[in-house]
Design a protein around this ligand. Structure first.
Ligand code: MRU
Length: 370
């Protein structure tokens, strides 16, 4: 992605070769601030407080968090404790568990003296792999957008609706839901994106709008409840979202409110696609919608709103009555039957265990109800 005309990733090694640098996403879109992570606790804090967020980037940050931990002490105990600390930061995105298990597994047979360097190497590989995965998702998703553009007689524009931020900022580069959009834009298809604000943390309004703007993609921010109305009036050609955890049966857990968009899409015959990298599939989960752990976050994210004042100060104000309790569910699960297709790095498939197994045959047997 280009930021202020400069190609960037969302996570990289500092010039000293050992500290890790990230973009502080809590400051966007008002300020572009980078931060340095020097310890395991820095990495855990970055994930917990959502300086970094989005399933793939959470996984990449966790991988570097393990490397930072092993740099100081590469014992088995450090490795196990670091994994536990990172795993406890956020419960829903399965890439976190995937990355921790991947790096930890590779450390087991190594002598402690070799572990830190190997963990850094693997973290860098995970980042590079994520970039390639998202690039492939982009190519497969581009074919979906091209078909819609052809079906419209190459007239007007292709209107997409997305939710939350499954963009460049949620991954190492490209994004998942946004990769096909960037590629369509780059190949000259006139795309326009309806960007759900995504209350309560406003990842759409703050992050997706910012990154689409940086890349020059036409977009309009809408309140969370507008999507259904737009679909009824033929203003949405397709929906594309990301996912934090997809079950082996094709149910999709993503940012709260995704389910409502999928319901509206089905009622209006609007195709509803979910873009996902392989590491986002939880092969241990099958049909049950209640199986995915749903994060509940601090109620102040809901009862308060932050923003920039006209004179440039950041301010937080309360919007609910002091006495009213709030519940802040961060994710929901969209049943596979509402999903038109899953766009993966290996191609597009139906949202079903058969569909996923056709693309990931090495996982045959996973997710089948006994
Ligand atoms: O709470 P967040 O901001 O981490 O939630 C992010 C999402 O829900 C994304 O849609 C998901 O991680 C897919 S990212 C490619």
């Amino acid at each position: 992605m280009m930021v202020q005309g400069r190609p960037m990733r969302t996570i990289w090694l500092a010039e000293d070769g050992w500290a890790v640098e990230i973009i502080d996403q809590t400051q966007l879109p008002h300020a572009f601030v980078t931060r340095r992570l020097e310890t395991l606790e820095d990495a855990a804090h970055a994930i917990r407080t959502m300086l970094v967020r989005g399933a793939p980037l959470i996984g990449a940050t966790a991988a570097y968090g393990l490397a930072l931990a092993l740099r100081g002490n590469a014992s088995d105990e450090t490795l196990a404790r670091a994994g536990e600390t990172l795993l406890a930061t956020r419960p829903t995105a399965v890439n976190l568990r995937w990355a921790i298990e991947d790096v930890t597994g590779r450390m087991q047979d190594l002598a402690p003296a070799d572990r830190a360097a190997a963990a850094y190497r693997r973290a860098a590989e995970i980042c590079d792999e994520d970039v390639e995965i998202c690039r492939s998702i982009g190519r497969h998703g581009l074919a979906v957008i091209e078909r819609i553009w052809e079906a419209k007689g190459r007239k007007g524009r292709v209107n997409l609706l997305t939710h939350c931020n499954a963009g460049w900022l949620a991954t190492v580069d490209w994004g998942t839901a946004t990769a096909p959009i960037y590629m369509a834009h780059d190949t000259g298809i006139p795309v326009h994106v309806w960007v759900d604000e995504t209350r309560p943390r406003n990842q759409g309004a703050a992050l997706t709008a910012w990154e689409l703007g940086e890349h020059g993609v036409a977009h309009t921010v809408i309140a969370d409840n507008v999507g259904g109305h737009l679909m009824q009036h033929g203003e949405v050609d397709l929906c594309v979202t990301g996912t934090d955890r997809t079950t082996a049966a094709g149910n999709v857990c993503n940012k709260i409110g995704t389910y409502l968009k999928a319901l509206a899409a089905q009622d209006n015959a609007v195709p509803f696609y979910v873009a996902l990298p392989g590491p986002t599939i939880d092969w241990t989960l099958g049909d049950g919608l209640g199986e995915v752990p749903i994060e509940q976050r601090d109620g102040r994210e809901l009862s308060e709103v932050s923003g920039r004042t006209a004179d440039g100060r950041m301010e937080t104000v309360r919007i609910t009555p002091e006495a009213s309790p709030v519940a802040n569910y961060a994710f929901d699960v969209t049943p596979a039957r509402l999903v038109t297709g899953l766009i993966t790095e290996r191609g597009v498939c139906p949202a079903s265990s058969e569909g996923l197994r056709s693309l990931y045959p090495e996982r045959a047997g996973a997710g089948q109800t006994p």
